[in-house]
Each structure stands twice: as C-alpha cells, then as structure tokens.
Design a protein around this ligand. Structure first.
Ligand SMILES: Cc1cc2nc3c(=O)[nH]c(=O)nc-3n(C[C@H](O)[C@H](O)[C@H](O)COP(=O)(O)OP(=O)(O)OC[C@H]3O[C@@H](n4cnc5c(N)ncnc54)[C@H](O)[C@@H]3O)c2cc1C
Length: 446
C-alpha cells in the first residue's frame, strides 16, 4: 500500500516507521526543514554544544514510546534513576524516590515543609484523592485541579511540596486552569501500568540530545527501508473521493497519491486540512478548545559547578520563575572542561514567555543563588533562552471526551498526534500511542 504520513514529529515518525515495518511504502511529508517536531536539538555555535528545545522527561509507563525507540535502535539512551530531589531556598535538599520507603513516607504525608497536623490532613486527603482517581466520579471534569484539591482538603503545604508540581508536571498547565479529570486519569494510567509492569512509577531522562534519541535513528531506518522523507513539504489538504482517502495536496498544488494517510500535525495546525472530510467540523471545534500552553527553558552555561545532588531538582516555591533544574553533566556524562551546563524549565510559563531574554536569565540566576549557595559568584558563560509558546495544550473543565479518535469517517484516513484521544495527555507517549492506534486503523481499513 502507498501511504502518506503528514508531519515529522514523534507521532509522524512512529507512524512512518511502523507502517514500514508492516510492509508498506511510506512517504513522510514535513513542513519544516528538519524532522522532530517539538522534540528537537538546537546546535549552539557559541559553546560548541547541542542543547535541546526543552528537557523531556519519561514516565515508566511510556510503552509505545519505548517501542518506537526499539524500532529505531535508541532505547539504550534512556535511564530511569528512580529518584529526584526537592530543594528548598538556602539549599536544603530531600531526595524523593518513587517507591520503597520514601514512597511510603510520602503516602503518610511526610513531605518537605509539611509539619504537625498537616501531615495527618495530607495523609487523609491523599486517601480521598486515590479513591477519586480509581472511582472517576463524573464531576471531576466539571472542576479544576485547584478546586479538586480544595474539595479533598489537601493542605496548602502539601500542595506546595508536591501536588501542584505533580499537576503541572502531568498536565503541563496550572492547577487553576486544568480540568481535575486530566491529572486524575493520568495517575490512574500510571498506577495501572505500574501494576501491569510490576514496577514502581518512576521517571527518567534521555542520556543523549533529542535529535540523537528520536531523529537520527529514524533517518537511518528510513534510508535502510526506502522511506521517502520530504522536508519543506507543506500539506494544504487531505483529498477524499467516494468516502475513501486518495492522497494529499501540497501548498504548491502537487497531489501526492496514497491509499492510506495518517495526518499527524499538531492541534493548532489541523484546521483547514480536513475540509473534505465528513465530520471535520467536530474535529475543528475540539481543536479550538485545546488551547496552547507555553514552556520556557533556559540552557545555562556557567563557569562553575552549582552543587546539584541529583540529575533533576525541583525548586520548592519556584513556581512561575524556575521550577526545575537539570544537570547535564550527570545526565549526559558531559565533560565540564569549558563550562557547566544546566538546563531549566518553567511550565505553563504564561508570564515568562513575553519577557526579554535578559530579564528571564536575571530572574533565573537570582533564584539559583537563593537555592544553590555555591552559585553566589557564578558567572554566566552563555545563556540560551528557548520560548515554546505552543508546547502543550490545555484541557479545561468540560473538555473530557472532546479529543477526537484516530479513526475518521474516511476509509484509509487516520489522525495522530498528542492531541488525539489516548490514555495520556500532551506527552511524547500520547504522540507515540496515537501513532500505534492510527497505524492499526489504516491497516484494518485495507
Ligand atoms: C519544551 C517542551 C517540553 C516538553 N516536555 C515533555 C516531557 O517532559 N515529557 C513528555 O512526555 N512530553 C513533553 N513535551 C510534549 C511533547 O514534546 C509533545 O507532546 C510531542 O512531542 C508531540 O508530538 P507530535 O508528533 O504529536 O507533534 P509535533 O512534535 O508538534 O509534530 C507535528 C509535526 O507536524 C508538522 N506539520 C504541521 N503542519 C504541517 C503541514 N501542513 N504539512 C506538513 N507538516 C506539518 C510540524 O512541523 C511538526 O513537525 C514537551 C514539549 C515541549 C515543547
């Protein structure tokens, strides 16, 4: 079968690889000059380095993404160390493991900054939270995560120490915006996967840059298996005749014929592409509700070691300015002979995204000095601010069930991308799972 995949992000790459593995001829059309979509590296001549567009962390339940890495031969470049560290102003740290004794202590409300009666309240609130996660009451999609925490009486100290950060980490958005249903469903998926895999829920990281992890292996696979990859090929429409897909038309008017098409563009690029597809109005309406959320990351090259004790550290109380710091020396085995490289992340960075680079770097260095005493006199050798105004998408209350299925009303046409319906939200695994499902749809349509 001649297949076209539109979009060279993770969902498109995985679709192209898996259709090829299933024995089909694939053309991959990507509108930009390179593959990778939202998971890319950005070479920096000033420091002769290849940082990423933002730290991407993995969860232990990322099954389809790991299958993609197996297909392109790079699975060995992901590590799950089983712990992260929370750091307080002044430099006190507490390493959090995701299972075992530390996991149990967390369950009993033993969190940084949570003292006295708040520990008991936290333990009780977490019990209610787990009950809701498992029972999935319908009202969870009527309230924000913020309101949910109030209903279950989660103490503010426990929210500051753990739970608000978990919501931002899982949904990419603030507790007062995200539907409670989104983190609840993700926790449920994580628990289910942990039980299936008989492991504790854990998070991990790539030990190489994102291009090496996701793109280089795919390009080798394409070269070895005759996949035609065309960059700067912008698709204008998906073409349909008699209820079946016939291919796509590019913005320069070229028609690329195909018996199967997987359309793996991001939510903010779908409108207009499916005008020939019956039912496109509902898909466009859903896309309108899934609004973009910004992430700001800074690749900071400093003249000294700032004294991190873990690969990733969450700054307690750093919300909105500097939430997480990542130690590339530890994660990539990087030799700090010229400088020390730390990357930082602020999710749901609605305020930061409009500020100047200098303002962002100044604010982050001030925070680093508060949390890492060794940074007092540190000099910035080079700072690279990455604004991604469209990083992830928000799911506000009332949006459960609006994400469209991979199957469309058209024979041979499937949708993919992190915004289509999966067990996950806007994540790499959501993209990979959507690809697995989209491939199943077009293969079952044959
Ligand atoms: C800074 C940042 C940090 C993140 N952190 C994490 C994390 O820690 N963990 C996690 O799991 N996820 C994280 N994510 C989310 C994750 O990167 C995305 O969910 C995932 O990469 C989306 O993949 P996708 O293939 O669905 O979309 P994309 O990667 O956006 O790919 C879509 C592709 O389609 C192309 N395209 C669009 N229109 C057309 C057209 N008309 N014709 C041809 N091509 C077209 C685009 O150019 C793009 O290459 C993060 C995202 C960002 C930006």
């Amino acid at each position: 079968m001649d297949c076209v995949v539109v979009g060279g992000g993770l969902a498109g790459l995985a679709s192209a690889v898996w259709l090829t593995e299933a024995g089909h001829r694939v053309t991959l059309l990507e509108r930009r000059g390179s593959l990778g979509g939202r998971t890319i590296s950005m070479p920096l001549a000033a420091v002769d380095d290849v940082p990423d567009n933002g730290q991407h962390v993995f969860a232990s339940g990322y099954r389809d993404l790991m299958r993609y890495l197996d297909s392109v031969g790079t699975r060995g470049h992901v590590e799950f160390p089983g712990h992260m560290t929370v750091r307080e102003p002044g430099g006190a740290t507490r390493t959090q493991a995701f299972g075992g004794v530390t996991g149990l202590r967390t369950a009993f409300g033993d969190l940084p900054g949570v003292t006295g009666f708040d520990r008991v309240r936290t333990m009780l609130a977490q019990g209610r939270l787990v009950r809701h996660v498992l029972a999935r009451p319908a009202w969870l999609d009527e309230v924000t995560a913020d309101e949910w925490f109030r209903r279950i009486k989660m103490p503010q100290s426990a929210r500051d120490a753990l739970w608000d950060g978990i919501v931002i980490g899982l949904t990419g958005d603030k507790t007062e915006i995200s539907s409670a249903r989104v983190p609840a469903d993700l926790l449920r998926t994580g628990i289910r996967r942990a039980i299936e895999q008989r492991t504790a829920v854990s998070i991990g990281y790539p030990t190489v840059d994102l291009d090496t992890l996701f793109v280089d292996g795919a390009e080798k696979f394409f070269a070895n298996h005759g996949v035609e990859g065309r960059n700067r090929a912008v698709v204008a429409s998906v073409d349909v005749a008699d209820g079946a897909v016939t291919g796509v038309t590019l913005t320069d008017g070229e028609h690329v014929a195909a018996a199967a098409v997987i359309c793996a563009v991001p939510v903010w690029n779908i409108t207009g592409l499916l005008d020939n597809v019956p039912g496109h109005e509902a898909i466009y309406a859903a896309a309108k509700q899934l609004t973009p959320v910004p992430i700001v990351s800074v690749n900071l090259y400093l003249d000294r070691d700032i004294g991190m004790v873990d690969w990733g550290e969450i700054l307690y109380g750093g919300e909105g300015v500097l939430e997480q710091v990542w130690d590339r020396q530890r994660m990539h085995g990087r030799d700090p002979k010229d400088n020390y490289f730390y990357s930082t992340t602020v999710s749901a960075a609605y305020d930061l995204v409009g500020m100047s680079n200098d303002e962002i770097v100044d604010m982050q260095m001030t925070m680093l000095r508060r949390y890492f005493p060794d940074t007092a006199d540190a000099r910035v050798v080079h700072a690279h601010v990455v604004r991604m105004p469209k990083s992830t998408f928000a799911q506000r209350p009332g949006s459960a069930g609006i994400r469209p299925d991979q199957r469309t009303a058209v024979h041979g046409l499937a949708l993919a991308g992190d915004w289509t319906r999966t067990d996950w939200t806007t994540t790499m695994e959501g993209a990979a799972q959507s690809a697995a499902r989209a491939v199943d749809v077009v293969l079952s349509d044959r």
